[in-house]
Design a protein around this ligand. Structure first.
Ligand SMILES: C[S@@+](CC[C@H](N)C(=O)[O-])C[C@H]1O[C@@H](n2cnc3c(N)ncnc32)[C@H](O)[C@@H]1O
Length: 298
């Protein structure tokens, strides 16, 4: 789809410039929370993100390159083209965003998140569960999203702005197996799709250290929430090199001092969603692996 309009690049810029577009001209576009478009300005093509919020307005992200080459305050002829990639993959992007903002919020409430809690999402990745936690807090409390991948954390910051959420704090680590939070400071800690990963520095499984660290940073009666998938547990080995099972993970957690609390269905494995090979093949949300969230009390 191609739409043409005349507009002025705003002259004020607070760092990340989201330019509102006139709704009458853009109403024919798909109302997706986020999509990639080609913006043609002065005959030059720029790949940009286009956001749609509930206020019925599309916002075009004016990239650093546009600011540099076109300039703030310039009157321009703008052509927007939706990309081919959009047509193939928009459905799953939209389904993932919908899941994060509705279904996940309810899952997090079932886990036990309540208003004013402090949540730590260790190994948060692209924040599929961070956003649901932040929304389950109903604009109170705080989610501390911890990861060693700065690109993933940046994306969480983008989503936070997009959904007007302001209770997420991001912490970039160097990939160690300790959690840089004080003792007894957290109400709920998520260890989702992370226990099969190895410490970048020592090459050892992160799991044993993370269970102890979770116990240390949780307040009394705080919740350790874990999510593992069959496809990953198959790859995990015990110290004696034997195949790890879900029962072994459970026993390791109990041995650190936790008590089992409850299970919550419908955890989602997002690994295929981050594979460009799978996306190109036309991945559907329903094809993502599901797992059971297990919750323990300190
Ligand atoms: C498989 S992803 C899971 C992401 C998210 N929890 C989810 O379920 O969608 C694992 C994430 O853990 C991060 N990670 C791996 N080792 C880490 C470490 N030692 N400290 C912090 N983050 C780590 C990776 O960068 C990646 O984003």
């Amino acid at each position: 789809m191609v739409i043409k309009l005349k507009t002025t690049i705003p002259s004020k810029d607070k760092g990340r410039l989201l330019m509102p577009l006139p709704y009458d001209e853009t109403r024919v576009l798909d109302k997706l929370p986020t999509q990639k478009v080609i913006a043609v300005i002065n005959k030059k093509k720029y790949t940009c993100n286009l956001f749609y919020k509930e206020d019925d307005i599309f916002y075009l992200h004016i990239t650093r390159l546009i600011k540099k080459e076109v300039g703030l305050g310039s009157r321009v002829s703008l052509t927007l083209e939706t990309t081919e990639e959009n047509e193939e993959t928009n459905k799953i992007h939209n389904d993932v965003l919908d899941w994060e903002t509705s279904k996940c919020k309810h899952i997090m409430k079932e886990v036990g998140i309540k208003e004013n809690d402090t949540i730590a999402d260790f190994g948060c990745g692209y924040g599929h569960y961070t956003i649901g936690c932040a929304l389950a807090l109903e604009n109170t409390g705080k989610v501390i999203a911890i990861d060693c991948d700065s690109k993933a954390l940046k994306w969480i910051n983008e989503k936070e702005k997009m959904f007007s959420i302001n209770n997420i704090e991001t912490i970039k680590t160097s990939g160690e197996s300790t959690i840089s939070l004080p003792d007894s400071s957290v109400d709920v800690i998520l260890l989702y799709d992370i226990l099969h990963i190895q410490d970048k520095n020592t090459g050892k499984s992160l799991a044993p250290s993370l269970y102890k660290e979770a116990y240390r940073v949780l307040k009394k009666n705080g919740i350790l929430s874990i999510l593992n998938f069959i496809s990953d547990v198959k790859t995990m080995k015990m110290e004696n090199n034997q195949q790890m099972t879900f029962d072994d993970i459970h026993n390791d957690i109990i041995n650190v001092g936790f008590s089992f609390s409850h299970s919550v269905e419908n955890g989602v494995h997002f690994d295929w969603y981050h594979s460009s090979y799978r996306l190109k093949k036309g991945l559907l949300f329903s094809q993502l692996e599901k797992g059971v969230i297990q919750n323990y009390i300190k």
